[in-house]
Design a binder for this molecule. Structure first.
Ligand code: 1BN
Ligand code: ZN
Length: 320
């Protein structure tokens, strides 16, 4: 039998060892939980990372003819996707006396048997408008827009989606299509959607099962009603997207009809393809003004849109 002081010391040492071990065990469990949460978050569309893609694009300046930002942005998209995509093509074109480049990156389905069908297209325009004709100051109206929302936000959603697709292929092939020369409409008699029209002509055999166009999706007061041409040409697809939005509580998606908006989905719809447009409507005050800057953008808006699209891609609940 130990004398009572020794016994007390032994008990204290054992108790401290126990506390130290259990603290260590707790620390390990906390670490494991943290890394599980990190893993789950990594597999999720991250609005903050999408914001960084907007910051990068606007840092290059306007993405319109005669500005170095145009080539820098094309390089940025290409360099990010080249090592990750299963196929990447830049498709130059000439139309209406202008030169442009559409860029098309494919991420094949996880199961090679599903490689060619079904396949989903996600599209956005990467150019920006050369004039801010709606600016309240006449002096600004001849200047190009920054296009944080109108241009960079759609590209940012596609690039953040590319990160997810790179780390885990989807059950279907996903094509990310970056369209040029969307925003030349009503300048010197030019139409909107020049690049999208060229893309459809150049790729007549490309028939994705479904397509989602994202345009102007970063505003902090983002509102996306059900665009009407999309409703008329691809109601089932629009319903599927809105159903996911409802289930996620993504409140930027509104359960009401929007306007008829002539955007890059129209050439696809006219070719008989099911492509819907996710677009802010009514257009925000900053639209085609010098105020289309990143301070009006929100990571949360981007994340709501991105998470709805990623669930659509990864967890197809109904056949397309
Ligand atoms: C969307 C963003 N658009 C241009 N920038 C297309 C459009 C232009 C839609 C005018 C409606 C009216
Ligand atoms: Zn525009």
């Amino acid at each position: 039998m130990l004398p009572s002081t020794d016994r007390l010391i032994t008990q204290l040492v054992m108790a401290s060892a126990f506390i130290a071990l259990s603290t260590l065990a707790h620390a390990r469990i906390d670490d494991q939980l943290d890394s599980q949460i990190d893993e789950q978050q990594n597999g999720q569309f991250n609005g903050q990372l999408a914001m960084e893609h907007i910051a990068q694009q606007v840092s290059y300046g306007p993405r319109t003819a005669d500005y170095s930002g145009k080539q820098k942005t094309l390089n940025y998209i290409q360099q990010l996707l080249q090592p990750e995509a299963d196929q990447l093509v830049v498709q130059p074109f000439q139309a209406h006396g202008l030169s442009g480049n559409n860029l098309w990156a494919s991420f094949y389905a996880a199961d090679p048997k599903q490689r060619s069908q079904p396949r989903i297209m996600l599209a956005a325009h990467w150019d920006t408008r050369p004039i801010a004709e709606r600016d309240k100051l006449p002096a600004n109206r001849a200047q190009p827009v920054t296009g944080a929302n109108d241009g960079a936000s759609g590209v940012a959603v596609l690039l953040e989606m590319a990160r997810l697709l790179s780390s885990q292929r989807a059950p279907v092939t996903v094509d990310l299509v970056f369209l040029d020369l969307e925003d030349m409409g009503n300048i010197d008699g030019l139409p909107f959607s020049i690049g999208a029209t060229e893309f459809v002509h150049q790729n007549r055999f490309y028939r994705p099962t479904a397509g989602v166009l994202v345009d102007m999706v970063c505003d902090r007061d983002l509102v996306i009603p059900q665009e009407r041409f999309s409703r008329e040409g691809a109601a089932d697809l629009q319903d599927q997207i809105w159903q996911i939005a409802r289930s996620q509580g993504a409140e930027v998606f509104k359960d009401r009809a929007g306007a008829y908006i002539e955007d890059d989905h129209l050439p696809f719809l006219r070719a008989g393809l099911k492509v819907i447009n996710l677009i802010h409507w009514p257009f925000p005050q900053s639209w085609h003004t010098s105020g289309d800057t990143i301070d009006r953008c929100s990571a949360d808006s981007l994340q709501q849109v991105g998470r709805v699209i990623s669930e659509f891609i990864y967890l197809q609940r109904e056949p397309l």
